[in-house]
Design a binder for this molecule. Structure first.
Ligand code: ATP
Ligand code: MG
Length: 479
């Protein structure tokens, strides 16, 4: 029926914008003539490259490149893709290694996600949030007893390079196996060997099934390094919204800040302190505000975050560290001197805090750990004083001996997470002096103790007398 078709035909003006590349830099492109472009919108270049609108000027817009062919040059045309950047989310991602756009990096089949989430989305409102009240166990003695973390908390891991920051975060991920917490490990700007090592650890500990790795390697486009934490956050957010518990590690946000600075300088934004753009604080608070614990009427899911920050020579008052300290709910501070002295994990207990985790700590562990932090800090001061060679009273001598014992107890190997029961066991045993005359070597005594506790099957709720009776029995039993 050609007539009907002709009748239905209307002349109309269809606007199709076409921009033009005026310049290409390291991972960015300048474009003229896309007047309706919006921030965070995707654009496609004539050669097949894609970009993300990052900056709008009066005349030019700046895009960060997400895919770049070798042919991209000035003069090429640019068009809207017509959508914002999103990522496939859901359980299909578990056990996979992806880039910030959701493409697999593990050489396995493409991921068939049924749902998508934008990389940028608004943080939960105050009314949607609940208080942190459930502990998130890392399996680490110092953290779980003295600097406890609750589900939904944002706890910064900070310290110089090579002092064990990533190791602690990875241990925390490994410890979530069988606890119903889904993990997202975001690796930003790391070498391929470091990524492979992390993957090996997760595989070896059989934790990969409940973990996703979002990776933007050191040699990835700066746009990838900038987007990686937002991609990881979106993946976890989907689960949190579905009522599940999640743990996200950003390793590390120093490199993320550097990628953002790189992009901003290339796009000629005015540099501020340490040459970072002025909105770097907003960038990180926008990211970290998206993690929380939701109220029961919103599904009760949670997103706990461990952002990592690297310092130079212990300087925590540099720009990015101070920003993150003020955004997060506490910090675990790693000290290079402790590391050098063989105190592993090299956590400086005096400089570490958890502002909200104590409220989520189990009452039995909390009671048993109550004095330990203070005792330890007092011991460190005493020890410093005792170095002057003064003659010491007998009481002080005993205090020093107990402090040294505590320091030995707090040492912990990688990938040797402790159960909550084991935490309570060492705390009570030390607190009651049951370890003062422990058989050497201490590590073996403790291992025996933990094995005995696991076999006995006591619960944290059981009365303290019952626990003490068990501990006495275990520690006094001849080996
Ligand atoms: N508790 C521990 N026991 C034994 N070795 C440890 C422990 N914690 C960390 N290490 C070792 O210390 C080294 C540095 O650890 P890691 O890579 O986690 O440090 P980092 O602070 O993340 O370093 P970078 O700044 O390079 O990322 C590693 O070889 C790791 O195996
Ligand atoms: Mg590291």
């Amino acid at each position: 029926m050609p007539d009907a078709q002709e009748d239905g035909y209307r002349f109309r003006l269809r606007l199709s914008e076409r921009g033009e590349v005026v310049g290409v830099g390291d991972g960015i492109a300048w474009v003229r003539g896309l007047p309706t472009a919006r921030i965070d919108e995707l654009v496609r270049f004539e050669d097949g490259s894609t970009g993300l609108v990052f900056q709008l000027g009066a005349d030019l817009l700046g895009a960060i490149l997400l895919a770049q062919t070798q042919h991209l040059t000035a003069g090429m045309s640019v068009q809207h893709v017509g959508r914002r950047l999103d990522i496939g989310v859901g359980d299909a991602l578990l056990g996979r290694v992806i880039d910030p756009l959701g493409n697999p990096l593990d050489g396995l089949a493409p991921i068939e996600a049924r749902e998508f989430r934008p990389l940028e989305s608004a943080a939960p409102t105050i009314l949607e949030r609940d208080f942190v009240r459930t502990p998130l166990y890392t399996g680490n003695k110092i953290v779980d007893a003295l600097i406890p973390i609750g589900r939904g908390q944002r706890q910064l891991i900070i310290g110089d390079d090579g002092v064990g920051k990533s190791a602690l975060a990875l241990d925390a991920v490994v410890n979530q196996r069988g606890r119903g917490v889904l993990c997202v490990l975001v690796l930003i700007g790391q070498s391929r060997t470091a990524v492979a090592a992390a993957l090996d650890v997760l595989r070896g500990a059989r934790t990969l099934d409940n973990t996703v790795l979002v990776v933007a390697e050191a040699n990835a486009l700066p746009g990838f390094r900038y987007l990686a934490p937002f991609a990881g956050c979106a993946v976890a957010e989907h689960w949190m919204r579905a009522g599940r518990d999640t743990l996200v590690v950003y390793d590390d946000l120093t490199r993320h800040a550097q990628a953002y600075r790189e992009l901003s300088l290339l796009l000629q934004r005015p540099p501020g302190r340490e040459a970072f753009p002025g909105d770097i604080f907003y960038l990180h608070s926008r990211l970290l505000e998206r993690s929380t614990v939701l109220g029961a009427s919103h599904g009760g899911g949670s997103m706990t975050v461990l952002p990592i920050i690297e310092t130079r020579q212990g300087e925590i008052s540099a720009y990015i560290p101070t920003n993150l300290i003020s955004i997060t709910d506490g910090q675990i501070y790693f000290d290079a001197k402790l590391y050098a002295a063989g105190m592993l994990p090299a956590i400086d207990i005096g400089r570490s805090v958890s502002r909200i985790g104590g409220k989520a700590q189990h009452p039995a562990i909390k009671a048993a750990a109550a004095r330990i932090r203070l005792d330890y800090l007092q011991f460190l001061e005493l020890e410093l004083f005792a170095r002057f060679g003064t003659r010491l009273e007998a009481g002080i001598e005993a205090q020093l001996r107990r402090g040294r014992l505590l320091r030995e107890i707090l040492k912990q190997d990688r990938l040797a997470p402790l159960s909550e029961q084991a935490h309570l066991a060492w705390l009570l045993a030390y607190g009651e002096g049951l370890l003062d005359a422990a058989a050497e070597p201490l590590a073996a005594t403790l291992a025996g103790l933990f094995a005995g506790v696991a076999a006995a099957g006591l619960r944290l709720e059981d009365p303290k007398e019952q626990w003490l009776a068990l501990l006495r029995d275990l520690l006094e039993r001849p080996a």
